[in-house]
Design a protein around this ligand. Sequence first.
Ligand code: RIB
Length: 293
Amino acid sequence: MRISVVGSANMDMNILSERIPLKGETVKGTDIEYRFGGKGANQAVAMAKLGAEVVFYGCVGDDENGLKTIENLKKERIDINNLKIISNVPTGIAIITVGENDNTIVVVPGANDYVTKEYVDSVKKDLLESDLIVLQNEIPFETIEYLINICYENGVKVLLNPAPALKVKENLLEKITYLTPNEHETKLIFGENIDIEEILKVYPNKLIITLGEEGVAFAKDKDTIIHISGRKTKVVDTTGAGDTLNGAFAFKVIENGNIEEALKFANVAASISTEKLGAQTGMPTLKKVLENL
Ligand code: RIB
């Protein structure tokens, strides 16, 4: 099984703070650490750590962060033959404040903005060999739309993790195999006053809503909601937990198509990932997830 990710790669600047500052406020940080990140790269690494065959499509700059990112993806045995290095452009950067068991993130896309339709055309033949293509919203949205359309036309399954939150057009929703927003993203896509259970029932076996420490939910059919409760753990950093869930879900669902089993598996993987600082540092191996299932 071959899973491809078309997405972002960032260098994360993790700033540890007792609490997240309010608007206009200055607070004293306790530490700063640089870690690999980017929702695309994170999801690729989550799958690779579980043993999946993963191809990563994306762009980095020709700076030190780009070189380090390439080394990291290679170390994780991810196929980066189609990764593009963009001259005179910085690799994506994310500034993450970690505090109060939560985080806030500001992303400066840099080279991620060069994941264009033209780039997709240059890798299209290889890309369409995939069993599943995993996307997030950290590359230009017109590229996302383009990818969803070509996947649909060519019968390739596509998972869209709509983070950061952006509205998804109705006609595009139909073409997505799995859509995995969190509650905030769900409201942005379907409306502020949407009832979570009702909207899940409109998109059975497609819409998967992540609920933070409350777990994850989807509808098995028009009448049956399946809610998988969150797994309690000692949280150090939630950055990348959603990426781990998406990666682990993709890895498992492509094996046998069982959404419920895949989500139980992914839920455990995501909770384990919060036990260490950094988006990718705590992502578990297959053995570790199975031991905690
Ligand atoms: O989902 C977490 C990721 O979001 C971080 O690694 C950061 O790079 C941002 O893209």
